[in-house]
Design a protein around this ligand. Structure first.
Ligand SMILES: NC(=O)c1ccc[n+]([C@@H]2O[C@H](COP(=O)([O-])OP(=O)(O)OC[C@H]3O[C@@H](n4cnc5c(N)ncnc54)[C@H](OP(=O)(O)O)[C@@H]3O)[C@@H](O)[C@H]2O)c1
Length: 209
């Protein structure tokens, strides 16, 4: 599959690109500076190329929104036409920039490109851990995923599983309100326990048949 990453030169963008290429996918790093994206792509290696944000949105079969939250709405608004009908993975964390608990970053971003198929994922995964699917003790790291589009969510969960992480179905998009709030708590716990951005939330469930 071809995956476009908006903000592909960033820490998360490059980490996700490595994980997708490792799983056999093709990646387009989208940047405001195609030149910067091409340099970043060269560092990652084959299977990745750099391009403009528009090309990454146009050519990606799945697109990842990996710019800062404060730049996200303007970025998708400018690409609204390219994103019609596209599965769009929103990884942005608002950190209190939307009223906590009553809406979410993805609901706010969604207003700028309503015809995209929005899926929230990776919000609770530090950039340093994207390349490290297994934690100490070999527990697989979880990626919490929610969306109102079941088919889009299923495809994103499959992509996540292919990278060695474990996708956890967190239900409808409204649950992104909770995911947004789990991030500042994760940061505090990470700091409190001196984990150096290597911690993750893990969902433990009983064995099912
Ligand atoms: N860091 C983490 O551990 C982590 C974990 C989970 C989720 N997230 C979320 O992931 C997103 C990216 O985080 P990051 O740490 O990867 O950030 P980052 O390293 O700062 O990268 C963000 C990228 O966004 C692009 N950008 C900057 N200003 C822009 C603008 N005005 N318009 C469009 N693009 C712009 C830049 O690319 P160009 O300059 O090349 O255009 C930059 O490489 C954030 O929303 C963050 O909340 C981060």
């Amino acid at each position: 599959m071809r995956i476009g990453i908006l903000g592909g030169t960033g820490r998360m963008g490059r980490g996700l690109a490595r994980s997708y290429v490792h799983a056999g996918h093709e990646v387009i790093l989208g940047s405001r500076s195609p030149n910067r994206a091409q340099n970043a792509a060269k560092e990652i290696g084959s299977g990745v190329r750099g391009a403009s944000l528009q090309k990454a949105a146009q050519e990606g079969e799945i697109v990842v929104l990996a710019v800062g939250f404060s730049d996200a709405a303007a970025t998708v608004l400018a690409l609204e036409n390219e994103l019609v009908g596209k599965i769009l993975i929103d990884i942005t964390n608002p950190f209190g920039a939307v009223p906590p608990g009553t809406t979410s970053g993805i609901e706010k971003n969604g207003q700028s490109a309503p015809a995209a198929r929005w899926v929230a994922a990776y919000k609770t995964n530090f950039w340093k851990t994207i390349d490290q699917p297994a934690m100490v003790g070999q527990d697989t790291r979880d990626v919490l995923v929610c969306s109102d589009d079941d088919e889009a969510k299923r495809r994103v969960m499959q992509l996540i599983d292919e990278t060695g992480l474990r996708a956890v179905d967190c239900g409808e998009l409204i649950n992104a309100r909770t995911l947004d709030l789990m991030v500042p708590l994760m940061l505090e716990l990470d700091h409190r326990y001196g984990s150096d951005a290597l911690s993750s939330w893990k969902f433990i469930m009983p064995e099912t048949g």
